[in-house]
Each structure stands twice: as structure tokens, then as C-alpha cells.
Design a protein around this ligand. Structure first.
Ligand code: TYD
Ligand code: MG
Length: 471
């Protein structure tokens, strides 16, 4: 008889080790290895059987875009040129997905508790049902009454006619899969992967073993039935999907819900997308009537009034869109050798590098300063075009010097302190001018394309010249 195999999987990076050790040799995380038992029977289970349930054929209309090809055929004979889609009819979400959910594919939706994951699932369910498709909403977190209450609030009177919207509140994955087989939905929404379990595994819900097996089973179910599946995953306090690499490589798309839970905007971004780009973002605002789509015009920045030290305006590109953003920084005296560096909405490695450049080429003494930097409005800036704005915000905060409010800053910073060009500078400057900016600090290499956009242009070659422009 085949034996069960036990290995140890890192919760953070997904690396597998034959024995338990205190520190993951792949990513260096401490105490992150969890035992993972794979039963020999399940490892060799045939396609068409998931969690002991036989599933056959494509379920509804669209068919499985990622259906199983057991027999090899020449690639050229695959005539499916366009991936069929199930539009969510929520255009900001469809933009991120690349046109809609893909039948037979699994998307993982991650985000902090309270950010709006269950809300958007209900909105997606309503619009997909409204388009005449069957949806199964499987919630392992909330009671049927709670979900009905949310449904009433978000869908209102249309809920009465949404007879093809099915709900199950089950935590046993095998039973959820049975319901998928019975209801034959075009779309399955599972809230959340951390709460479901397979009874045959000797591990609690949310553990590495359960997460991996349950997600794997759902991927198989999607492939076999042709249903599109959206799975909610909670993020850990570090802002990562729990067991990030464990699940990321299993699914077809990873969407992350970002933003400030208390107020501000909600942004959905694809960090992985097998059927579309990962450049676009979806912009939302949480209101009494659920998540409302907004466009870039809905992102407000303050360009009037006196300059504030530690605050600089810039613009960031998100796909084809240009968002005006405010970068803020604060410095305070800390301990030499153990000063804190914290970035919200910023890449922490980039922040550390820019502080080093500021010390070396900007002549600033920051070794004993705690430095906090943030992007306002819950937006994440993941491109180097905001480097110069961040550096000026930190230096301004440190010296109590400000940039006049109407002055915006664009530029990437190199390791030698030079200010380098940024892409789409004209689009960014045009957007900032439209918002009321009056002057712009730009890389000297881009002084020419920056002219005639209605802004006074202040070209700078290096970080030292830019620091000299702080008042
Ligand atoms: P929820 O979608 O439950 O968050 P998650 O599933 O990510 O944990 O809801 C997030 C918050 O949004 C919750 O605190 C209540 C609020 N909310 C609204 O402001 N308006 C609404 O219409 C709904 C449904 C929720
Ligand atoms: Mg929820």
C-alpha cells in the first residue's frame, strides 16, 4: 500500500524541506515551517475526481477555457483565440481582470479584514446573476442571515428576482464541491479559503496542508466544471496573503484589495493575471450602498494654501491612468544604530535606499532619525518616479522646510544621486496642471518635453540641486 508523505512547507515562501528546522533556508523566516502531509492516494487521483467526488463535463454555457487536455494536440490546432469571459459588469473590476472572470479559472482575492471583500463578492454575484447566469456563494465565515442582510442592502429589490443566486454556508470543502455539482453555477464565490477544510486531512483549517489541498481541489473543480471561481484569502499582518506563495502559484489570478479601511479609497490590483495585464487598477469608494466605482478624478489632492514641510505632491501611473498623490514624511530623533524606517504604501527597500542616497549625496545626517513615510489616500506607489518627491518630503520634514503647495515633483533617483527621467512625464504634468499645480521640478533630461504644459519648469540634474529648492 502506498504511504503518506510528510514534508515541511514554509508558510511565507512555500519552500519545501524534508525535515523541520527553525529557520526556512529559502527565505530566512523563523518558525515558519509547517508539516504538510500528502496522501499517496490523493496525489495520484485521476482528473475528474476531486475530494473523492467524480465530476464530469463542462457545466454551463461558456465551457471551460482552461479545460483539461489529456491527449497532446499540436498547439496550432487549439482554435480558441479569444478567452471567453464572464463580465462582472463592474467596469473597474473588469478592467483589472482584463475583461471579466474566466470560466475554468480561479482568482484569489486578498485583503485585510473589513476592506470590502465580502461586499464586492455580493456585488459581483448580483450582477452576474442579473446577466442570466447561475452563481453559488459559499460562505464559511458568516451566517445566512448576515449574508441576506448584506444582499438586501446591496441588491435591494432586485434580490427578489435573483433566483439563480445560491448560498451555502459550509466549511467542509467536500460538501461545497457537492453543491457545485448540484447547482452547476457559472461562477463560484468562496469566502474564505482559510476557513474551509477537508476532513480527511489531519490539520486545522487555515494550516498550510489545508490551504494547499483545498485550493488545489478548487482549481481542479474549476477546470473540470468550467466554472469561474473567486476565492477570498485573508492577509497576514505583514500585508501578505496568508501562505502567499503557497496559493499564488496554484491560482490563475491574484487580486489584492488595498486601501485605508477607515476612509479613503479602495484599490483592486492584480499581482498575477494569466489572462490579462497586471498594470491596471480598479478604483472604488466604500459607501452606504456598497463599493462605488470612481475614476481618477475622484482622487483629490490639495494644491492650494501654504507649503507644509514633509509633504510633496507628485503623480503616479497605474496602468494607463495617472493618479495625483501626496507623499508625506516625518522624522524624529531615535537611537543611533536602531533608527526606525517605516513606509506605508511605499516599497520599504526603496525607502532604505533613498535614505542612504540622501545621506551620501544630499549631505543629510539621518542615522539617528526615525523616518516614517506614507502615501495618502490608501494608494500604493510602486514606481521609482516618486523617488525625488519622497526624498524632498524626508529632507523637508527633517529641516522644517517646505515646497510651495503648487509645486509638484517628478524624478527617479539613481545611486549616485542623479535625477533620472520618468516615463509618461507629459501625461503626469498635464494631469497635475489640470489639478491646479503651478510649477514642477523635473529631471533636467526632460526639461524640453515638460515645456508648454502650463507649468513653470524647474529642471534639476542631481539631488543636491533639488534640495536647494526647498524653502
Ligand atoms: P466587508 O465586505 O465585510 O469586509 P471584508 O469581507 O473584507 O472583511 O465590509 C467592510 C466594511 O464595509 C464593513 O465594516 C462595513 C462596510 N460597509 C459599508 O460601508 N457599506 C456597505 O454597503 C457594506 C455592505 C459594508
Ligand atoms: Mg468578509
Amino acid at each position: 500500500m502506498a504511504k503518506n508523505r510528510t514534508s515541511f512547507v514554509c508558510r511565507d515562501c512555500g519552500g519545501t524541506q524534508p525535515k523541520w528546522i527553525g529557520r526556512c533556508p529559502d527565505c530566512g523566516a523563523w518558525d515558519a515551517l509547517e508539516s504538510f502531509t500528502e496522501s499517496a492516494a490523493s496525489a495520484t487521483s485521476s482528473v475528474g475526481t476531486v475530494a473523492g467526488i467524480a465530476l464530469t463535463g463542462s457545466i454551463e454555457g461558456d465551457g471551460g477555457a482552461t479545460g483539461v487536455l489529456a491527449k497532446a494536440v499540436p498547439l496550432i490546432e487549439i482554435d480558441q483565440l479569444d478567452v471567453p469571459r464572464i463580465p462582472t459588469e463592474i467596469s473597474e473590476l473588469d478592467r483589472v481582470l482584463g475583461g471579466g472572470l474566466v470560466p475554468g479559472a480561479v482568482a484569489l482575492l486578498g485583503g485585510e479584514p473589513g476592506i470590502g471583500k465580502s461586499t464586492i463578492l455580493m456585488q459581483v454575484a448580483a450582477s452576474v446573476v442579473g446577466a442570466g447566469r447561475t452563481v453559488l456563494y459559499a460562505s464559511s465565515e458568516e451566517s445566512p442571515q448576515q449574508i441576506r442582510l448584506r444582499g438586501d442592502r446591496l441588491i435591494g429589490e432586485d434580490l427578489a428576482s435573483a433566483s439563480e443566486l445560491f448560498l451555502c454556508t459550509e466549511t467542509n470543502l467536500v460538501r461545497i464541491i457537492e453543491e457545485i455539482r448540484r447547482v452547476k453555477p457559472a461562477l463560484v464565490l468562496l469566502d474564505s479559503i482559510q476557513m474551509v477544510y477537508r476532513g480527511d486531512l489531519d490539520a486545522p483549517p487555515g494550516s498550510t496542508t489545508q490551504l494547499r489541498r483545498c485550493c488545489h481541489d478548487l482549481v481542479q473543480v474549476a477546470k473540470i466544471t468550467g466554472a469561474a471561481v473567486v476565492v477570498v484569502g485573508h492577509v497576514t499582518k505583514e500585508g501578505q496573503l496568508a501562505g502567499p506563495k503557497l496559493l499564488e502559484h496554484l491560482v490563475d489570478a491574484v487580486l489584492s484589495f488595498e486601501g485605508d479601511r477607515e476612509h479613503g479609497h479602495r484599490i483592486i490590483r492584480a499581482t498575477k493575471n494569466r489572462f490579462g495585464s497586471t498594470q491596471e487598477i480598479g478604483l472604488f469608494e466604500m459607501t452606504d450602498a456598497g463599493l462605488q466605482e470612481i475614476d481618477e478624478g475622484g482622487i483629490a489632492v490639495e494644491v492650494d494654501g501654504p507649503g507644509i514641510s514633509g509633504s510633496i505632491l507628485t503623480a503616479t501611473m497605474a496602468g494607463t491612468r495617472c493618479l495625483p498623490v501626496e507623499i508625506q514624511a516625518l522624522t524624529s530623533t531615535g537611537f543611533l544604530g536602531s533608527a526606525k524606517r517605516r513606509g506605508t504604501g511605499l516599497d520599504s527597500n526603496r525607502l532604505a535606499m533613498l535614505i542612504a542616497v540622501l545621506e551620501k549625496h544630499g549631505g543629510q545626517r539621518l542615522a539617528d532619525q526615525d523616518i516614517f513615510a506614507a502615501v495618502t489616500g490608501g494608494i500604493r506607489v510602486v514606481e521609482p518616479a516618486a523617488d525625488l518627491a519622497l526624498v524632498l518630503a524626508i529632507a523637508g520634514a527633517h529641516h522644517g522646510r517646505a515646497m510651495s503647495r503648487g509645486t509638484v515633483v517628478l524624478g527617479e533617483i539613481g545611486l549616485t544621486g542623479e535625477v533620472r527621467s520618468v516615463r509618461n512625464i507629459e501625461q503626469r504634468l498635464r494631469e497635475l496642471a489640470r489639478r491646479g499645480a503651478t510649477s514642477a521640478i523635473v529631471p533636467s533630461s526632460q526639461a524640453a518635453p515638460s515645456q508648454n504644459l502650463g507649468l513653470e519648469i524647474l529642471p534639476v540634474r542631481g539631488i543636491g540641486a533639488a534640495l536647494g529648492l526647498l524653502n
